[in-house]
Each structure stands twice: as structure tokens, then as C-alpha cells.
Ligand binder design. Structure first.
Ligand code: ADP
Ligand code: MG
Length: 698
């Protein structure tokens, strides 16, 4: 590999310094290796010959077989071009070349049978192909069926660098006998397990497939390679970190946990909650520091899981902390948790930015002395003055609201770092989680507590606005509360704020007998909290807001969520918003308002919301539509999502295989020092020498 990376592309037959410069600039191809790994973006079946009389509508690249009838040079100087009429006996089509007029005239002749290849465009009822590829018809050659098409740029095409040129270069590369010499870095064990195509064969077939079947095997092999190397790199990093960070061993299940379970639990745990608690318990007893992501849809009961894990920490004589992104959320957690553990005589406290100085000082003291066992708080927990006696477990709620750096800071509060559990209600597709949170283990609560009524979601246009208001009115009349949410996007801030204020006015006028509160992200935190509190306490029945309400607030009496300009939100975000309702006993509704005219794809996207309440399904769809790079939580990860050939959204199964295999190898040989792994290790260096700083991720 290394050898190929060091071979300058200009030395390849057919390239030379000029083309080398062009390739470097246009396609970032600088070495033999770069060209070899510049895979076709799609394939064309070259065994099929179309008939001109059958051509119809919008057409892809096709092949025709026939003869040129006449060549007609046209225009002068820079405008010179040459037209040709091509006939296959069933009809005629026009071909046109805008440069190299002389060469074309010399190279092609009437009366010879050719196969031409290109994309016909329809203009004024006549099909024409610009710059077709032309080959003398040769029945033997036609059997080579599938051919790759490469992404080229406009500049390349203008410099007479065509698909054909690219294919020729690939041909030269493959026959230069360098690929055949490539050693395969994969251990034999894995090759056999998945019946993988050998590397050099895969590289040949990805460019020049011998058959569809060979192409598929080549694709599988190369996707696997890419994902496997990615996972190997992540896990190798994680294993060095784990070796560095020994974990506290929680081996007791004691009084707190057991008494809570038998005396205080207000309802039976769901199967998923039990499973997840088991996973966490095992992890915290393993002697390694736990770094776990707990995913669970809104309302799946993560708080209870968090609480029971904290009790395990207490049973092992450690303190536990839970951190939430907002003051309101922290307060809600504190109220839930303190009321549940009170019967057990556990000491817990709330620490936020607005905790009074006197109380704050007491809390600081009691955390340091160990008197306080559970602390609930906001960012205030991260301040340097906050010191613990022996912090054993940190739980971070709604992870995406916290910077990654902040997460790291809590670790430094002990000599042995505490276990870390990150909870998120933004479901992330598994394949993405394995990559973005590569070295975090993932637990999933995939079951809601019994008796939940799924939120009914509908899509409405402005035409039914009056009806929507009437419906909301009828719910308010039954004593319910409602949210109206507006998008607020930075680029568009002024306009959006205007919309929001306008909306607020309209709603106040439409529902004069109810109190309306108003929240947006530009408000001072104190003002925002006060407005939220109005809604929480039901002094206000309607909340008009931007997405600031996305995270956390729990108002079970709120049963309606109206989302304005829903088409402007991502699916995952809509799902988060919808999670604010459906928390109480009554049937809840989510009304997505949109413009009358929606693009087909937008409509399809919004319809997903009306069809499912499952956050994981929503997240998968979201990733399919937007691609992994745009998903929430991936941007700051620093991971290159421009994978060569694999696709996190589509190749989930291969991600899983690659993950399992990488795990197995790293478990057996953490530093890849065994002889059978030496080549793997080398390949890893070659691939990742850009040094992604994985420590940044968690
Ligand atoms: P989230 O996962 O969104 O943080 P919460 O922990 O706030 O969810 O739980 C949502 C609601 O479900 C709470 O009112 C909680 O008391 C309730 N709940 C949690 N677990 C169960 C269970 N096993 N059975 C019934 N209700 C439960
Ligand atoms: Mg929660």
C-alpha cells in the first residue's frame, strides 16, 4: 500500500506531468494508490444495445450500434464543432463534438460499423449525444458487460479528459502489474469467515467487473475493508484508553438498591429497563471505567434507570452526580429523585447557577466531606470549587446539549475517573452510534412503559388553519395545555423572529381567554425560566416557543403540539419536539403545519412522522434522507463521513460485522503486535496518519 502511495501518478503510462497536475487539482489523485481507490460512482451495462426507434423520454447512458451517415463541420474558430448523423437502421440520432474537430474527422468514417456510447438529450424533438464514445463494433468485446463510470469535473471534460480517458488510465494501472503485488492485510481467519474476495481481485473488479456477481463481491470486500479499518482504529484507541483508565469496581448490590427495588419502586420496571440496568451493572463491576451511552426515546424511563445506577454507586460507598443541560430540567430531576430516595434516608441536593451563596457553600462542603450522596445539577457542577469526597458515577442527561470538553472535565475530579453514563433521547441509528461514539458502549431502552397512548400526528396545510385553531380551542376547553413551536434558524434570524412575534400576536388574539407565554433562545435565562415556569404551573395554558423547549420539560397536562413551518425542521428534531406531549393520561396530538405546496421529498419526510412514533425508525429515515454527516451530534465528532465506498446509512449489516470482527481482534491483541496482525497495523497507520484526535470524542 505504502509503496503505491509513494508512486507519483505522473509516471503512469498515459499521464505525464500535465495530466498529473490536472488529476491532482480536479480529483485529488496524486499517486497510483489514489487512482486505484478512485472507484466508479456507478456502473453501466454495456451488453445491451438500444434501438433508436425505441428511445423515449429521459434517458441514461446507452449504447447504439450503427453507422455514421454524414459528418458536417459547423461554425468558425472557437465556435467550431462537428455534427454527425448516426443511423442504426431503425432511426437516426445526432452526434456532436465541440472540440478536436479535425481529429474526429480523421478518426471516424462513414460505412464502418461502430458502437457509440453516451447520454442522449432531447432537444426540439430530436435526440442528440454530445461527445459520444465511439468504438469499432467488435462482437467479442461486447461480452464484457458491466463498466464503471467515474465522477469527472467540467474542467476535465473541457480538456478532453473523458470517461474513456479515465478508463484507459485505469486499464494502464491495472495492467502495470502493481495491483497484483499488493499484499492483503486482512487476517486469513476473516477472509474465510466472510468468504471475502482477495484484495487485488476486488480492486480489479471494482473498476472492471468480470460480472455483476464479481462486482457485488468486490463491493462487499471493499466496504468491509473500509468499515473494518474504521472500527479497528476506534477500538484500538479505546483499548489504550481503557488500559490507562482503570475503573472503580462496584461489586456490591446492597441495601439501597435492594430496598428501593422492593419498597420504593412505584411501578414494575419494563423489560428494557431491567436489561439496561444489568448491562450497566456488569460494566461498572468490570474493573474498567464505564463509558456508556444510554439511548431511549422520550418517556422511555431513563431517569429511573439513572437513579437505580446511582443507588449502586451508593451501595459501594461512592457518591453519584447527575447533570442536566438546563435549570428547569435539573430541578425536575431533583424533585423526582429526592422524593423517591427520601424513604431510604439518602442525602441529595440540587446545585445550579441560581443556588443561593449560603446554600451553595454548604453543598460544596458536604460534597467534599462525603455527607451528600447524590448531587443533581447543571453546568454549575463543573466549576473548580466543586470537589467530591469520592465521586463514583456521573450521569449526563441529554448529551448533545453539552460540549464534549465539558464531559471530559468531570473525569478529572478523581484520581480514578468515575464511571460515565450519557443519556440521550435523540435516537441515533446504531451504525452511526458505533462510529460517532465509537468507543462508548451503547445501551438502548427500546420499550415504552405500558399504557402509553401514542401521540397522534397529522400533517396540515395553511388551508386548514382555522380548523386547527378550533381543534386546539376544544382541547384547551377540556383543561389541556398547548405548545406552538416556530423554527428559528440563524441565517434567517430576523425573518424568523418576526414570524415568531407575529405568531404570538395571532395566538393571543385567537385565544383571548387563555394566558399565553413566550419563550425563545435569545431571551435572558432568567426570563426564559420564568416564562417556562408559568407554563409548568399551568398559569399559562399556551406556550409559544422556538426549539428551546426541545429538551426536557415535563408538563404531562400539555397534550397538543403545533409545529409551524414543519418542513423546515429535521425529522429527529420534530421527533424531539413531539416528545414534549404524550406524557400524561390523555390522548395527545402533534399537528405539523406546512405550506400548501410541498416538494414530493419534503412531503415524504413529514409523512414519516405521521406514520411512526418510534424514534429509531425516525432517526434511520432521517439519516437516509440527510446522510450521516448532517445528523445531530455528528458534526463535532471530527470523523470523516466521506467514506470511499461504504455508506453508514445503507451498510448497517457490514458495520456490525466489521465492529464485531474488530472487537475480537483488539480483545485478543490490543496493540496489533502479533505477526498475523502486523500488516493490519501498518495499514491502519497508512490510513489514519492524519491523526484524528479520538480523545476529543469522549
Ligand atoms: P425519559 O426517558 O424521557 O427521561 P422519564 O424518565 O422522564 O423518561 O420517564 C417518563 C415517565 O415514565 C415518568 O413519569 C416515569 O415516572 C414513568 N415511568 C418510568 N418507568 C416506568 C415504568 N417502568 N412503568 C411505568 N411508568 C414508568
Ligand atoms: Mg429525561
Amino acid at each position: 500500500m505504502n509503496e503505491l502511495q509513494n508512486m507519483d501518478i505522473k509516471y503512469l503510462h498515459g499521464v505525464g506531468p500535465k495530466r498529473a497536475e490536472l488529476l491532482a487539482k480536479q480529483l485529488d489523485i496524486r499517486s497510483y494508490y489514489d487512482l486505484l481507490y478512485y472507484f466508479p460512482f456507478r456502473y453501466i451495462d454495456r451488453s445491451t444495445i438500444h434501438r433508436i426507434c425505441d428511445l423515449d423520454g429521459e434517458l441514461p447512458y446507452i449504447q447504439l450500434r450503427g453507422k455514421f451517415v454524414v459528418f458536417t463541420p459547423q461554425g468558425q474558430g472557437a465556435k467550431r464543432r462537428i455534427n454527425a448523423l448516426f443511423s442504426d437502421g431503425t432511426g437516426t440520432i445526432e452526434c456532436v463534438w465541440f472540440n478536436r474537430v479535425k481529429q474526429i474527422q480523421d478518426a471516424y468514417h462513414t460505412g464502418v460499423e461502430y458502437v457509440i456510447f453516451g447520454k442522449p438529450t432531447l432537444f426540439k424533438g430530436v435526440y442528440s449525444i454530445a461527445h459520444p464514445e465511439v468504438d469499432v463494433y467488435n462482437p467479442q468485446k461486447m461480452t464484457a458487460g458491466v463498466r464503471g463510470m467515474y465522477n469527472l469535473t467540467e474542467t476535465l471534460r473541457n480538456r478532453a479528459f473523458s470517461q474513456r480517458t479515465m478508463q484507459q488510465l485505469i486499464d494502464n494501472l491495472l495492467s502495470a502489474n502493481v495491483v497484483q503485488r499488493l499484499a492483503d492485510p486482512l487476517p486469513e481467519k476473516l477472509m474465510l469467515r466472510h468468504r471475502l474476495m482477495p484484495l487485488h481481485e476486488a480492486l480489479v473488479n471494482i473498476h472492471q467487473p468480470a460480472s455483476i456477481d464479481a462486482l457485488q463481491r468486490a463491493q462487499f470486500r471493499l466496504k468491509y475493508d473500509e468499515l473494518f479499518m474504521l472500527q479497528l482504529n476506534i477500538l484500538k484507541y479505546a483499548s489504550t484508553r481503557n488500559a490507562k483508565f482503570k475503573g472503580l469496581v462496584f461489586n456490591k448490590v446492597g441495601n439501597y438498591f435492594n430496598r428501593f427495588y422492593s419498597e420504593c419502586l412505584p411501578f414494575p420496571l419494563t423489560g428494557a429497563q431491567k436489561r439496561v440496568i444489568k448491562e450497566i451493572r456488569k460494566d461498572m463491576g468490570s474493573g474498567r471505567q464505564m463509558n456508556r451511552l444510554l439511548q431511549g426515546d422520550v418517556g422511555s424511563g431513563k431517569t429511573l434507570v439513572a437513579l437505580m445506577c446511582m443507588l449502586l454507586a451508593l451501595d459501594n460507598d461512592y457518591q453519584a452526580a447527575i447533570m442536566a443541560p438546563t435549570e428547569i430540567l435539573a430541578t425536575q430531576h431533583f424533585e423526582t429523585i429526592s422524593s423517591m430516595v427520601e424513604p431510604l434516608g439518602i442525602k441529595c441536593a440540587l446545585l445550579t447557577g441560581s443556588t443561593r451563596k449560603k446554600l451553595r457553600e454548604t453543598i460544596h462542603e458536604q460534597l467534599l466531606s462525603g455527607e451528600l450522596q447524590i448531587i443533581v445539577g447543571t453546568h454549575a457542577l463543573l466549576e473548580d470549587v466543586v470537589q467530591f469526597y469520592n465521586l463514583g458515577l456521573v450521569i449526563i442527561d441529554e448529551q448533545h446539549r453539552f460540549g464534549v470538553a465539558q464531559r471530559a472535565r468531570l473525569w478529572t475530579k478523581n484520581s480514578t475517573p468515575p464511571h460515565v453514563l450519557v443519556m440521550t433521547a435523540t435516537p441515533i441509528p446504531r451504525t452511526l452510534a458505533m462510529t460517532v461514539y465509537g468507543d462508548l458502549d451503547v445501551s438502548v431502552i427500546d420499550e415504552l412503559p405500558p399504557g402509553r397512548k401514542p401521540v397522534e400526528t397529522v400533517l396540515r396545510t395553511d388551508q386548514s388553519r382555522e380548523a386547527m385553531y378550533r381543534f386546539v380551542g376544544s382541547q384547551l376547553a377540556q383543561g389541556r395545555q398547548a405548545y406552538f413551536v416556530y423554527p428559528l434558524i440563524q441565517e434567517n434570524e430576523k425573518l424568523d423572529l418576526h414570524d415568531l412575534e407575529q405568531g404570538y400576536q395571532t395566538i393571543c388574539e385567537t385565544f383571548p381567554s387563555y394566558k399565553v407565554c413566550f419563550v425563545h433562545g435569545k431571551m435572558k435565562p432568567a426570563e426564559k425560566d420564568w416564562q417556562m415556569q408559568l407554563f409548568v404551573s399551568n398559569q399559562a395554558q399556551i406556550m409559544v416557543a422556538t426549539t428551546v423547549i426541545e429538551v426536557g420539560v415535563n408538563v404531562p397536562n400539555a397534550s397538543i403540539m403545533v409545529i409551524e413551518n414543519a418542513e423546515r425542521f429535521g425529522l429527529s428534531q420534530l421527533h424531539q419536539l413531539r416528545g414534549r406531549v404524550g406524557r400524561g393520561a390523555s390522548q395527545s396530538f402533534c399537528i405539523l403545519m406546512s405550506k400548501h405546496q410541498l416538494a414530493k421529498e419534503t412531503k415524504h419526510r413529514l409523512m414519516v412522522m405521521t406514520e411512526t412514533n418510534d424514534g429509531f425508525v425516525v432517526a434511520e429515515e432521517d439519516m437516509k434522507l440527510r446522510g450521516p454527516g448532517d445528523m445531530e451530534g455528528t458534526q463535532q465528532s471530527g470523523i470523516a463521513f466521506d467514506l470511499h465506498i461504504a455508506n453508514l446509512a445503507k451498510d448497517g449489516q457490514i458495520v456490525q460485522l466489521a465492529r464485531d470482527d474488530a472487537r475480537e481482534i483488539i480483545d485478543a491483541d490490543p496493540s496489533l503486535a502479533l505477526p498475523e496482525h502486523l500488516m493490519l497495523n501498518e495499514r491502519l497507520h497508512d490510513l489514519f496518519d492524519r491523526k484524528i484526535d479520538w480523545s476529543f470524542i469522549s
